[in-house]
Write a protein that binds this ligand. Structure first.
Ligand SMILES: [Mn+2]
Length: 386
């Protein structure tokens, strides 16, 4: 490919290699989620080859947890080696999932032993033939501003990115593991009380591309310059059910991008109708089940206590397995109870915070404490999420 046509850059999502949620292989056999990850890895290699990508960027959360199994480290090395063997240079940095604390070596450091560009943990600028890349990996916010206050840390992030834009030359890429202020998370909420890059700042720093990991929902926030969150490579949580894990391929000449889908398991949620519940024995409920082959499946229904007694969860689960479900996460009834029917229907469609809020209203707990308790709960929720 001649320079006038530009080059293609593959930009990967949070890799999260390899999660153990929804694992269903019998003990002693190859974990099914590892098999899934390997398919995803192979597809990333295919996409790089198909588009003759000259660079592959991975903006953090290479591992799903900070203490991954040795096999996960080998998987990532295999992926990066495979890409480089095909002439695609890999640049990857640390995300919050990879971080174990400021002075402690982490598994991304292990990758950097193989190749310093595979495990970047410090802010820096890297100049290559066709482009330069400024990298702002995740780090503990207090290292960016001692106060740790989200506003101050955000200011520090913007300032670092600006400084580095001056050190970069030619086609400029900013890659990091931070939320963009205007982004929406997979749970439907935006970032709150955490360091962010305001979109308006990113737009005028002089970068051609800003690619940020961390947000588990793929989204393009601006076309030119191209500012986006690439999302996730594999689904690990219920609130990611609407995601289609993909990689981005960006052309430096046109600044246009395409998405290539990854072979990640999908989550399928179905709901049994009232008729199906009332006439459960008839087996009519089977027509409520969509195509679920190879999917992680959740079933729902709403029923009174009497109606719910007729519903045989085991029978439903067996049927889902017959139809080729990859993993049955559960059958989740919403039971309508007359004695405390205050409109509080709590099921998995609610976020934990919403469910807690509704539940609290139905209890006899002191309502004047509600806002305090809710605030604590939200903080806790935030810690779990991130
Ligand atoms: Mn992540």
């Amino acid at each position: 490919m001649s320079i006038s046509k530009g080059i293609n850059i593959l930009i990967g999502p949070d890799l999260h290699c390899w999660p153990t949620t929804y694992e269903c292989a019998p003990r002693g056999t190859i974990p099914s989620r590892l098999v899934e990850w390997r398919n995803i890895k192979d597809e990333i290699l295919n996409v790089a080859l198909k588009h003759s990508a000259k660079y592959a960027l991975f903006p953090g959360d290479l591992f799903n947890i900070a203490s991954p199994k040795a096999e996960a480290v080998i998987e990532i090395i295999n992926l990066f080696e495979g890409l480089e063997k095909n002439g695609c240079k890999v640049i990857a940095c640390k995300g919050n999932h990879d971080d174990v604390g400021p002075t402690v070596k982490n598994f991304v450091d292990v990758l950097s032993e193989y190749n310093p560009l595979w495990g970047i943990t410090e802010i820096g600028c890297y100049n290559f033939e066709e482009l330069s890349i400024a990298v702002i990996p995740y780090q503990k916010p207090t290292l960016l501003d001692r106060s740790g206050s989200p506003e101050k840390v955000s200011e520090a992030l913007v300032q670092k990115a600006r400084e580095m834009a001056n050190h970069c030359s030619g086609y400029k890429v900013l890659m990091g593991h931070w939320s963009i202020k205007e982004a929406i998370y997979a749970n439907g909420f935006g970032p709150k009380n955490e360091p962010v890059f305001p979109l308006a700042d990113l737009k005028e720093m002089g970068y051609n591309i800003c690619a940020m990991g961390h947000v588990h929902k793929a989204q393009v926030l601006n076309e030119k310059p191209l500012i986006f969150h690439p999302g996730v490579s594999i689904i690990t949580k219920m609130d990611e059910k609407t995601e289609t894990p993909s990689v981005f391929v960006v052309n430096t000449k046109t600044n246009s991008y395409i998405l290539e889908e990854l072979p990640a398991k999908k989550i399928e949620v179905f709901e049994l109708t009232k008729d199906s519940i009332v006439n459960f024995e008839s087996g009519e409920w089977k027509k409520d089940i969509p195509e679920i082959e190879n999917c992680i499946v959740v079933g729902k229904y709403t029923a009174t206590e009497d109606e719910a007694r007729k519903v045989d969860h085991k029978e439903i689960i067996n049927y889902l397995r017959e139809k080729g479900a990859f993993y049955v996460e559960g059958i989740r009834p919403t039971i309508i109870r007359k004695e405390r029917d205050r409109g509080a229907t709590i099921d998995t469609s609610l976020s934990r915070v919403e469910a807690f809020n509704k539940w609290y209203d139905t209890t006899t707990e002191r309502q004047d404490l509600k806002s305090k308790v809710l605030l604590k709960f939200q903080e806790l929720e935030k810690e779990i999420e991130n």
